[in-house]
Design a protein around this ligand. Sequence first.
Ligand SMILES: *Cc1c(COP(=O)(O)O)cnc(C)c1O
Length: 438
Amino acid sequence: MNYASTRDAGLSSTLSVALRHGLAPDGGLYVPRSLPQVPARTLDEWASLPAVAEALLAPFFAGDRLAPALAAIAAESLDVVAPVLPIQDGAERLAILELFHGPTAAFKDFGARFLAACLARLREPESPTLTVLVATSGDTGAAVAAAFHGRPGVRVVVLYPDGRVSPIQEQQLTGWDGNVRSFAVQGSFDDCQRLVKQAFADAGLRERFALTSANSINIGRLLPQVVLFASAALATREAAGTPASFVIPSGNLGLATACMYAREMGLPVGQILLAHNANRAVPDFMTDGDWKPRTSVATLASAMDVGDPSNMERLFALYPDAQALRHALRAVSIDDAGIRESIRGEFQRGGVVACPHTAAGLAAYRGLPGRERRESRWVVAATAHPAKFPEIVEPLVGRRVEPPAALARLLDRPSRRERLLPSVDGLADRLGEAPCLP
Ligand SMILES: *Cc1c(COP(=O)(O)O)cnc(C)c1O
């Protein structure tokens, strides 16, 4: 399988090149030149995430030098559970797909670990030190830092919006030493993302630091996420005999794109409903058909504070006809009041403690007409552990939320906070700072 650019269907890169560069040379995003159909016959035999990954991703790796390593990459990076847990909710048919059992307690761990496992295997003795440059709205940076920390031949530079991530998220970003540096950028997530794109557009910088991207623009983040939805859809069909309809808390649309890919590949996925926060670019597009990216606004579900989601380009590449795209997907916006109400209400109703992002997803589900809720098997993606956001969640549920063990260990590390103005010149001065293991 080769990879085209969203801006140039004629481009044809290998998987290794797409992984290594992150962004296509024309500034577009790498996309598979076709989406392989999953052979229906093999579906039932799949079990663990690594096993699903091996079968499902083989065509995406075919012909690349990484192909022989796929099994090892999947085994190393997808050894984290992603259970589908039914919620007892009367006549309704709701389940939660828990994606927060990795080291930094958000779904970003799956993609970051998979990408790190791939890049580690692309390294050659004479390779220059890679600099993974990543913009984060909170969770990506931590997952990427955890996935690459201590790996030889690579350093990580994380940019996050100052004051717009939760205190625990900030600790997860800044509690690293060695080959990881995090900077609090005086601006929004979109400013961070713009800085990353500017750095990549600068051929001199790109070359000097062997820049690569670990944002969800990197196809290596998307592929394992397809596996998450495939596995959940197969488990749902096994348990309930029907396709799963997914509710996906969304920001930069990486998770959403992966779910769309899974459905296109023939997996038993029904409807796809995106739950955005007050950043309404996608819900407004679904309503009126105009694509108007905008400046992001800060919300309680901060990892979804994206006004100009990168992966919209991949969705348009999949559905060049805007009308068709609007039929393939639904999207709603849940504001902060709705998120608070959802956290409180879900705890009272069924004892579910949801993070603000997952709460937006649950609110989107509750907003569906009753008939739809009863007729389909709905699965809401739980994208982060609520203990990452105690200052929001604890007052609403009226009790302490204990962090999982891996997260607790991370929180014990000493942290260092450094600021950066949103200018590419300032960034260039800092890129090479983090020392790197040979
Ligand atoms: C990143 C993130 C999202 C949004 O995912 P996208 O792939 O950017 O749409 C939702 N919830 C949490 C907790 C996240 O970290």
